[in-house]
Design a protein. Structure first.
Length: 253
């Protein structure tokens, strides 16, 4: 088994390579589909159809945005049941737009070009994933419920190498581990991090921050910093608008 890190629009995707198959950990943004296709056919010199499954950790644009394109190309996709309900209804529609705007904001900060990241809010899974079961077709990978960032985050754990893809549950920024935004369910989020401790996970594949070893002490420190109240993305948007107004005032002085 070999794990390749692919640089997506604002995040890393991980492609797990086996002699007879490929497994993709998160589908990336809508615009990341050709990047993965190019990596498989030109870097690995393999057939695109060797990609047997795309796992989705949660529904945010930089994780589930490309799912529909993989599905359309005939690749199976899998996620936790009801994951794609997150953006339904009036509140879901509002959150969809906020998350699209926040993704563009991060892209701008990272000096990435403006790209189309709109994606279907509802997608049909080929497989639903459940806690404690193995990934369809890849029995050495385990699905673990790890909610809190959203209501249906999943972590994908390769026990033999003690390596887990944790989506957005831990973010590494300038050598520091930070808590993702939003944390919609702080209690669940804390439990998810404690679950990482109990599982004894050592190597973490982060969507934002690359591959890293996190010690029990470092994980404990992150757990201690989990807020008691939810941080939702309207709070983040308000904060960003506030900063923007402040900067505007400063520059006009
Ligand atoms: Zn996220």
């Amino acid at each position: 088994m070999k794990i390749h890190q692919i640089k997506g629009y604002i995040q890393s995707l991980y492609l797990v390579e086996y002699p007879d198959s490929l497994l993709l950990l998160d589908s990336g943004c809508y615009c990341d589909f050709p990047i993965v296709e190019d990596f498989i056919t030109n870097n690995l010199k393999r057939e695109f159809s060797d990609l047997k499954l795309v796992l989705i950790s949660h529904t945010h644009p930089d994780h589930a945005g490309g799912a529909w394109r993989f599905k359309k190309a005939g690749i199976n996709i899998a996620f936790k049941e009801r994951m794609d309900h997150w953006y339904l209804g009036r509140r879901g529609f509002k959150n969809y737009w906020i998350d699209i705007l926040l993704t563009w904001y991060v892209a701008k900060k990272m000096k990435r070009p403006f790209k189309n990241i709109f994606f279907k809010r509802r997608i049909e899974a080929d497989f639903f994933l459940t806690d404690g079961t193995s990934v369809p077709g890849f029995p050495e990978w385990l699905c673990l419920d790890a909610p809190g960032h959203t209501d249906s985050d999943m972590t994908f754990y390769h026990r033999e190498s003690s390596t887990a893809y944790v989506g957005d549950n831990i973010i590494k920024l300038r050598d520091k581990y930070i808590i993702p935004h939003p944390v919609s369910f702080p209690k669940l989020y804390r439990n998810s991090l404690e679950m990482y401790l109990n599982q004894g996970i050592q190597n973490f594949l982060l969507a934002h921050g690359g591959e890293t070893c996190i010690s029990k002490e470092e994980l404990g420190d992150i757990i201690n910093r989990v807020p008691n109240t939810a941080i939702d993305n309207s709070d983040i948007l308000r904060q960003l608008i506030g900063n923007f107004k402040k900067n505007l005032k400063k520059s006009s002085r």
